[in-house]
Ligand binder design. Structure first.
Ligand SMILES: [Zn+2]
Length: 139
C-alpha cells in the first residue's frame, strides 16, 4: 500500500520540476494510462479474483487515479518562476540592458536582479584559519 503515495509523490515532483514543459504532461499522462490499464486488467479478471480485489478497484484505485491525474495536471500547468534576468512582474527579457537604475521598458517595474543597486548584499565571508586551532591552556 506504500506504493500509492510514493508513486504520486514521484509523479507530482516530476510534474513540478518540468512544469509548463512537455515532459511533465507526458509523465502524468503515462501514469494515468498505466493506472487505467491496471483498472482494466482487474475488471477483466474480476470473476477470478477475490472480493477484496473488486473493493480495491472501486474504493482505492479509481479515486487514486482521479487524484493523481487531476493534481498532476494542475501542477504541470503551474507557471514557472521568472529567471534572474527577466522582469519579476511581466517576464520581459532584460539581459541586454544595463542593470544600474533599470526600469522595465514594458511595465516600469524597477529591476532588482543581479547587478542592480537593489540587489541583495552578498553574505559576509568568514576567513578560514591556516593550520590547526591552538589548544587552550588551563591554569
Ligand atoms: Zn516588466
Amino acid at each position: 500500500m506504500l506504493i500509492f503515495p510514493i508513486l504520486a509523490s514521484i509523479v507530482w515532483a516530476a510534474a513540478m520540476h518540468w512544469r509548463r514543459q512537455w515532459p511533465s504532461f507526458v509523465i502524468v499522462t503515462l501514469t494515468v494510462i498505466g493506472l487505467l490499464l491496471v483498472a482494466m486488467i482487474m475488471r477483466a479478471w474480476a470473476d477470478h479474483m477475490p472480493d477484496a480485489a473488486r473493493i480495491f478497484t472501486g474504493v482505492v484505485l479509481w479515486p487514486y487515479l482521479l487524484l493523481t491525474g487531476t493534481v498532476g495536471y494542475y501542477i504541470a500547468c503551474l507557471p514557472r518562476p521568472p529567471k534572474p534576468h527577466e522582469c519579476q512582474s511581466c517576464r520581459y527579457d532584460l539581459s541586454a540592458l544595463a542593470p544600474k537604475g533599470l526600469k522595465c521598458p514594458e511595465c516600469g517595474t524597477t529591476y532588482r536582479g543581479p547587478g542592480s543597486e537593489h540587489a541583495p548584499e552578498p553574505a559576509p565571508l568568514t576567513p578560514i584559519r591556516h593550520g590547526p586551532v591552538k589548544a587552550r591552556r588551563t591554569l
